[in-house]
Design a binder for this molecule. Structure first.
Ligand code: ZN
Length: 314
């Protein structure tokens, strides 16, 4: 075949494809989002097209084997059953939903289930996490099924849920969330330890300058590292004498919220010491802006502490 003929053929195919009305696919975005590992996406694609080598399909192709589900050993092993309706899979999905503070709905097809799950997310950040959870869960159930069928290995349901949460958490490492007023965002940040986008803190250098005679100074700071969040505050007299100190571990939140909690803790220490004149000092430009009425304080600033407070009086 001459090169000119190949070129003409390519142009003909391209023109035909361009003019053809291709059916829109509602789940293509869910399937191929880059947060997902390609092999996970491929597995889900096969499952949604009913192309997985499940026992039901292999039997239809003439292979001799039992037709019962590799996970529960009770029902026919169809893809819809394996990933959605099976009692084992149902337990896993329900446990994950409970962990995310969501109530599960029953669906008969994988497509309906995935579509509904993703619709619970209202922001791009939430959608990204939902894609990651979906992808990891379907993959883990398939791996678990294969281990049972081919190696006769049994793993507890609790273990697989824990594994899905841990694998999703490592996949989301480095992702930043929009700090929006959404209970789901708050829960996802807490469960997977991701940071809010405003985590890039703008700091100002702080040098300790004594307050005027008779005044107190409350210095504070917030800190986050991996999935540990905390803040602290220190109350001192004008001569530098420490009066009270406090530190606390809290639920997952942004660094600016931690800085704000630190400032509030400093003021609380001053109140409990009956200090009438207090100079509060922070190195967060965002918190300074909030105190001056600039910018909107996120709703997540209103959360309570889940950890322990450590306080000292000097
Ligand atoms: Zn089953």
């Amino acid at each position: 075949m001459k090169m000119s003929q190949i070129g003409e053929g390519y142009n003909l195919i391209s023109l035909e494809c361009a003019s053809a009305t291709l059916p829109s696919c509602s789940w293509s975005k869910i399937l191929w989002h880059p947060i997902q590992t390609p092999k996970h996406s491929l597995l889900r694609w096969q499952a949604m097209l009913n192309k997985l080598p499940s026992r039901d399909r292999l039997l239809a192709q003439g292979m001799a084997m039992p037709n019962l589900c590799g996970l529960c050993n009770l029902e026919r092993e169809l893809a819809g059953h394996l990933f959605i309706q099976c009692s084992y899979s149902s337990y896993v999905w329900s446990a994950l939903f409970k962990c995310l503070g969501l109530r599960r709905q029953q669906h008969s097809s994988i497509e309906d289930h995935l579509g509904w799950f993703v619709k619970l997310a209202k922001t791009d950040s939430e959608r990204k996490v939902m894609y990651a959870i979906l992808s990891q869960t379907i993959w883990s159930l398939w791996i678990k099924r294969n281990a049972r069928v081919f190696q006769h290995k049994a793993t507890s349901k609790f273990h697989i849920v824990k594994h899905i949460l841990q694998a999703t958490k490592s996949k989301l490492r480095g992702c930043l969330f929009d700090d929006v007023d959404s209970p789901l965002t708050g829960r996802l940040v807490e469960v997977f330890g991701v940071c809010y986008k405003e985590s890039q803190k703008l700091s100002i250098p702080v040098i300790w300058i004594p307050p005027p005679n008779g005044w107190f100074k409350a210095n504070s700071d917030g800190s986050l590292s991996d999935d540990r969040y905390g803040f602290g505050a220190l109350l001192q007299t004008h001569s530098g004498e420490c009066i009270q100190a406090l530190s606390a571990c809290v639920r997952a939140c942004s660094i600016n919220i931690l800085e704000l909690k630190g400032v509030v803790a400093g003021v609380t220490l001053a109140q409990s010491s009956k200090a009438s004149h207090v100079w509060s000092e922070t190195d967060s430009t965002t918190v300074v802006a909030w105190s001056q009425g600039r910018g909107i304080i996120p709703r997540s600033a209103q959360g309570g502490c889940c950890g322990r407070y450590f306080g000292s009086k000097f």
